[in-house]
Design a protein around this ligand. Structure first.
Ligand code: HEC
Length: 130
């Protein structure tokens, strides 16, 4: 009885470690800021009626927003704008997309997240979009 409970605990620990290692990347908010300001803002300024600042939302609002992944009033996905395919499609006109062309999408997502959470209304350093 005692043994099997211990074994179950070991498995849990093992799973927790595997998960931690798989997602060990820490978002780089500076890279997220460059991407946000060069790629996200460039389009918002042109097509969304003006730029959208990280400080327009609280940390909790950003967290919910990122999780839901419903962009432009639910019309599309925000993550698609972080994809390598999207970066490749705009890299001729966009320096940041070109510079980060090979960054894995999951890393860029963590970078962007780190920037918007830090730059949120109630974040460590509320940030504008440009
Ligand atoms: C190709 C154009 C384009 C790109 C690139 C883009 N957006 Fe948007 N975004 C829009 C449009 C259009 C809207 C909708 C504006 C409206 O209808 O009010 C929008 C709205 C938003 C909103 C307001 C809430 C919502 O979803 O309606 C947020 C937040 C946002 N975008 C975040 C981002 C982030 C972060 C990125 C970069 C990873 C990004 N967007 C890239 C076009 C773009």
């Amino acid at each position: 009885m005692k043994n099997s409970r211990c074994r179950a605990a070991d498995v849990t620990v093992l799973l927790a470690c595997t998960t931690t290692f798989a997602f060990a990347y820490d978002g780089d908010w500076k890279r997220g800021r460059i991407y946000y300001r060069s790629v996200c803002t460039a389009c918002h300024a042109a097509q969304a009626g003006g730029s959208i600042a990280p400080s327009d939302m609280t940390k909790a609002q950003w967290q919910g927003y990122l999780q839901a992944d419903k962009h432009a009033k639910g019309k599309d996905s925000m993550k698609q704008y972080l994809s390598q395919a999207y970066r490749a499609s705009i890299k001729a006109q966009n320096k940041a997309a070109e510079k980060f062309a090979d960054v894995p999408e999951a890393e860029l997502y963590e970078d962007l997240k780190a920037f918007v959470i830090r730059g949120a209304k109630d974040g460590d350093s509320p940030a504008s979009c440009s």
